[in-house]
Design a protein around this ligand. Structure first.
Ligand code: SF4
Length: 407
């Protein structure tokens, strides 16, 4: 392992947003030990804590209940005590959009928790024939300013808590009818068999490794065999390359890893993914080579957005193959999804196919990702919530006010 197991630098410090006054604590997003501690704090007898924790865990994550009153194997008095002390409320859904291709996007609102105002994030569900993938956000906005990414134009407002990250999964399962006794909305595009939310990708808004503790807690809950029960092989954490945290992600979370690579030369990656100036390509790939559990059955996915005349030449493809030598890898080629105000264009289809052929002939799977949900701005790199747009509107209003007062 070449990368040190260092804590994230100060600018990347993990924040636990405070709860607002009068906000009941939620039991969602807590580890078993965390639930146990909350139960102890309201006077549940020590010898009962383990059993009560297991019951509550099962009701929240395997059954999807949102009301303590529905926890039928918990005594009536205890249900009332729990309801007085805690909440299981889901995030508020501000909007739900369904694309022509069945992709769904939810705009969810969370309390301010130090941000000064309620915050909003987007979560996207992508149904395919054999699986349903949920693209989950880890931060409101992002500190990184990847130049091709719409989210990157939205400043970081705050980290999401584990409760808010898990809440996105629970909302999707509610809305899709993916809990026992819940039904799927008529006409919804979902996989024809198996679980409706079968895969999680931490590829929504934000850099998950800059919110490590909360992301770790949430993904360990998502993969817990007595709850949401998603195999770690079906959970992918995507990073733009926070090198010092990659070994910890492998050791402490153990999910699959995806890297937003997008360029094969440092001078270009410095522009596309400015974090590259801190952790250049060679360091990033060293951390990938050392990723715990890496094997041909557990490959790293490299995301590569196809930008016309920027990173899409045959020479780029050959260099990519050279760089990845020795890393069990798959390369996802992503046709660029335009968004308002961006200057990049998507590569021509023949160019993408020629690029894919070169990578493929070198022995790497290089699927071209079909753009999904473009009509509702739900495709890769297009997410951006109202938290920022509201600010822009308010800024304009303020500027107008100031102009008036100068007259
Ligand atoms: S690609 Fe990811 S890390 Fe880069 S700006 Fe967008 S959300 Fe942030």
């Amino acid at each position: 392992m070449t990368a040190p197991l260092a804590a994230a630098p100060a600018a990347e410090a993990i924040q636990k947003p405070p709860r607002g006054a009068g906000e009941k604590p939620s039991l969602v997003g807590l580890s078993r030990a965390g639930i146990g501690a909350e139960l102890a704090a309201i006077g549940v007898e020590p010898k009962q804590i383990r059993m009560r924790t297991a019951q509550i865990w099962n009701w929240i994550y395997a059954r999807g209940v949102t009301d303590f009153g529905d926890m039928l194997n918990v005594s009536k008095d205890m249900r009332a005590t729990l309801a007085d002390a805690f909440t299981l409320a889901r995030p508020e859904i501000v909007a739900e959009q369904v694309s022509e291709d069945g992709t769904r996007k939810w705009l969810m609102r969370f309390p301010p928790r130090g941000a000064g105002r309620p915050v909003e994030i987007e979560t996207v569900y992508i149904p395919e024939i054999g699986r349903g993938t949920l693209c989950v956000s880890s931060q409101v906005g992002c500190t990184l300013t990847c130049s091709f990414c719409h989210t990157g134009t939205q400043k970081l407002v705050r980290n999401l808590t584990a409760e808010e990250i898990v809440g996105q999964i629970l909302v999707a399962r509610d809305r899709l009818g993916d809990f026992p006794d819940k039904s799927t909305p008529v006409g919804a595009a979902v996989p024809s068999e198996g679980r409706l939310v079968s895969n999680i990708v931490m590829m929504g808004m934000g850099e998950p490794l800059y919110n490590f503790d909360n992301v770790k807690e949430a993904l360990l809950i998502a993969s817990d065999g007595e709850g949401l029960s998603l195999s770690k092989r079906r959970i992918t954490l995507s990073t733009s390359g926070v090198v010092p945290m990659i070994p910890r992600a492998g050791e402490e979370i153990g999910s699959m890893l995806a890297i937003s690579l997008h360029a094969v030369r440092d001078d270009l990656r410095d522009i596309l993914v400015p974090l590259n100036k801190k952790y250049p390509i060679a360091e990033l790939l060293d951390a990938c080579r050392a990723y715990p559990g890496l094997s041909n059955a557990r490959r790293i996915t490299f995301e590569y957005v196809m930008l016309k005349d920027i990173n899409d030449s045959a020479a780029d493809a050959r260099e990519l193959v050279r760089l990845l030598r020795g890393i069990p890898a798959k390369i996802n080629l992503i046709p660029f999804n335009p968004w308002p105000g961006v200057n990049y264009q998507c590569s021509d289809w023949e160019t993408i196919e020629a690029f894919s052929d070169i990578v493929n002939r070198a022995g790497y799977a290089s699927p071209i990702r079909t753009p999904r949900g473009r009509d509702i701005l739900a495709a890769c790199g297009q997410l951006k919530s109202e938290s920022e747009r509201m600010r822009a509107r308010e800024r304009l209003a303020l500027e107008a006010m100031m102009a008036d007062s100068e007259d």
